[in-house]
Design a protein around this ligand. Structure first.
Ligand code: NAD
Ligand code: SER
Length: 314
């Protein structure tokens, strides 16, 4: 049996740090190569190999894949929704070309599996707001959403046409305390914890009743590993799976935090990110993920809030 050797691209980011550490636990430290354009995150230092890598440089990426005997690639490098609206060309170029570079190399080098995350941002104002289905009207209005939807179809294309085993999840907004978020519309749900603990007041860039689908990072890591470990014949969705855990508004997360920090207050100053949030569903139907690879989240709003506060206090 060939031993898997994994390359994580974008390993110093919000998901990358925790996913790299989780993969190292499963596959062994030496078998998970972390890579990023920016410097190695402090939490990764000393835990395994790290290479500096630009996913836009296809030749260098190809050399690394061959040199390191890579058999699986996790591609996390992307520009997220809020940053993407500030620089649409940059977001489109990185999110599309980065993926195509990885898919091409995966095809040429017969990489066993590729992981690439999509997002709830694929959905647009014409998609159903409540329990948004796996297959529905999808008309994204952000460059990030457009790039994710196009990316889903490239993944499907490379699977159908070339047999590349590429798998994907439409993550909701991810909440974590280990590494900072990278410029998304859902970042408020992380900022609010830091503000609650430090200043005891938070000014939210979304309105109080803006419901969005969210997930605590341990659930996102669990979903990713479960999807990637599932037998190939169980994967029926080759674009990207809906996954859900919880939905809440800024007012509701503030109330959950006040259970732990009664003096905390929130005020609202919506900005350009409100329009992005308004275009997304409020909740997601993840029946296909539950059916195909037994997806089930562990954290709701209350459990996540308690853990975030405990971990950020230490
Ligand atoms: P992030 O911005 O925190 O991390 C991305 C990492 O990619 C950064 O460390 C960055 O330095 C690196 N990077 C950027 N350009 C690069 C390049 N050219 N070459 C190599 N590395 C490069 O993002 P994240 O939140 O960790 O998101 C990872 C993936 O998950 C993205 O595809 C994102 O769209 C998706 N996603 C994230 C969320 C979320 O809430 N965080 C939700 C849905 C989907
Ligand atoms: N959390 C991400 C964002 O807000 C969703 O993909 O951009």
């Amino acid at each position: 049996m060939i031993k898997d050797k994994i390359l994580v691209i974008g390993a110093s980011g919000q998901i990358g740090v925790e996913l790299t550490l989780a993969l190292r636990k499963v596959y062994g430290n030496a078998n998970v190569v972390a890579s990023d354009l920016r410097e190695e995150n402090d939490l990764l230092k000393g835990t395994g190999p790290y290479v500096s890598l630009d996913v836009m440089n296809k030749e260098m990426l190809h050399v690394q894949v061959i040199r390191q005997n890579i058999t699986q690639i996790y591609l996390l490098a992307a520009i997220l929704s809020a940053t993407g609206e500030k620089n649409p060309n940059l977001a489109w170029n990185l999110n599309m070309q980065g993926l195509l570079n990885v898919l091409d190399i995966a095809r040429e080098e017969q990489i066993h599996k590729v992981y690439w995350p999509s997002s709830i941002a694929v959905f647009g104002p014409t998609s159903p707001k409540i329990n948004c289905p796996q297959q529905t009207i999808i008309e994204p209005i952000t460059v990030y959403g457009i790039s994710k939807y196009a990316g889903e179809f490239w993944c499907n294309y490379y699977y159908q046409r070339y047999g590349v085993d590429v798998r994907s999840l439409r993550y909701p907004g991810l909440i974590s305390y280990k590494s900072a978020p990278g410029g998304g519309t859902t970042d408020y749900a992380i900022e609010i914890f830091h503000a609650a603990l430090e200043e005891k007041i938070y000014t939210c860039f979304l309105k109080e009743d803006t419901y969005l689908p969210m997930m605590y990072m341990p659930d996102a890591i669990k979903a990713t590993l479960s999807l990637m470990e599932a037998p190939k014949e169980q994967i029926t969705v080759r674009t990207s799976y809906n996954v859900a855990a919880m939905s809440f508004s800024p007012k509701e997360i503030a109330a959950a935090i006040q259970q732990h920090i009664p003096e905390f207050t929130i005020q609202y100053a919506p900005d350009y990110r409100q329009a992005i949030a308004n275009s997304w569903p409020q909740s997601i139907d993840d029946t296909a993920a539950r059916r195909d690879w037994n997806w089930k989240p562990d954290f709701n709003l209350e459990l996540m809030t308690a853990e975030m506060i405990t971990n950020l206090q230490h």
